[in-house]
Design a protein around this ligand. Structure first.
Ligand code: AMP
Length: 211
């Protein structure tokens, strides 16, 4: 868990690679549906563009279906779910998620606004990266494949503000939901990504061995 731009996606991908388990990002699944123009994509497009949350029923169904697949047997990383207490309660009822390590990545709002202003996604390889200057970002291309870098629709400043408000309103009760029931830890999300990954993995390993 953590606010938009805290590095959840980057860290979730790194943890998934490290433990050889799938990375399940509800935001990525929804954005892919919007790109494909599927029925789901058409249903959620306006909500994603506004920075609000899609309905608990829809997202819970999506996660329940995903966790029914056999590749999650050795574990999985959930990124962006649950975001509400209703979603956390629905997750409690899914047997595959009976035991969780919940980690909150903390980053100050001012740092989030700064990070998201320079965040871009490559239109070809879909890697997320930062441009060095917001003003001259049009001149930069993907350092990995040379593709065009574009801003995520929901990273424009007005939508970022809305997403931060949404996070502030919904996160505290979800964290409270887990406080006494699951292995919950908080990690500082500033500094080198490798150091954040190491702190996250230390918590995961500690809680896994104590299980
Ligand atoms: P993310 O990439 O996790 O920031 O998600 C991008 C957008 O997808 C969010 O701003 C929401 O509109 C939607 N979304 C992703 N996960 C959820 C969720 N668990 N509940 C509701 N909406 C979600």
């Amino acid at each position: 868990m953590g606010p938009p731009g805290c590095g959840k996606g980057t860290q979730a991908a790194r943890i998934a690679t490290r433990y050889g388990i799938p990375h399940i990002s509800t935001g990525d699944i929804l954005r892919a549906a919007v790109r494909e123009g599927s029925a789901l994509g058409r249903q959620v497009e306006a909500t994603l563009a506004s920075g609000g949350l899609v309905s608990d029923d829809l997202i819970t169904e999506l996660v329940r279906d995903r966790l029914a697949r056999p590749d999650i047997e050795a574990g999985f990383v959930l990124d962006g779910f649950p975001r509400t207490v209703a979603q956390a309660q629905a997750l409690d009822a899914i047997p595959a998620a009976a035991w969780l390590v919940v980690v909150v990545i903390d980053v100050a709002d001012s740092e989030i606004v700064r990070r998201l202003a320079t965040r871009r996604v490559c239109a070809s390889c879909r890697l997320t990266q930062s441009v060095s200057s917001e003003i001259e970002s049009d001149r930069e291309s993907c350092p990995y494949c040379g593709g065009r870098l574009e801003r995520r629709k929901d990273d424009d400043p007005e939508t970022v503000r809305r997403r931060l408000e949404t996070y502030a309103a919904f996160a505290a009760p979800v964290i409270a939901h887990y406080r006494d029931r699951m292995a919950l830890a908080s990690v500082e999300g500033v500094g080198q990504p490798e150091a954040v990954t190491a702190a996250l993995c230390a918590h995961i390993d500690q809680f896994s061995s104590a299980r």
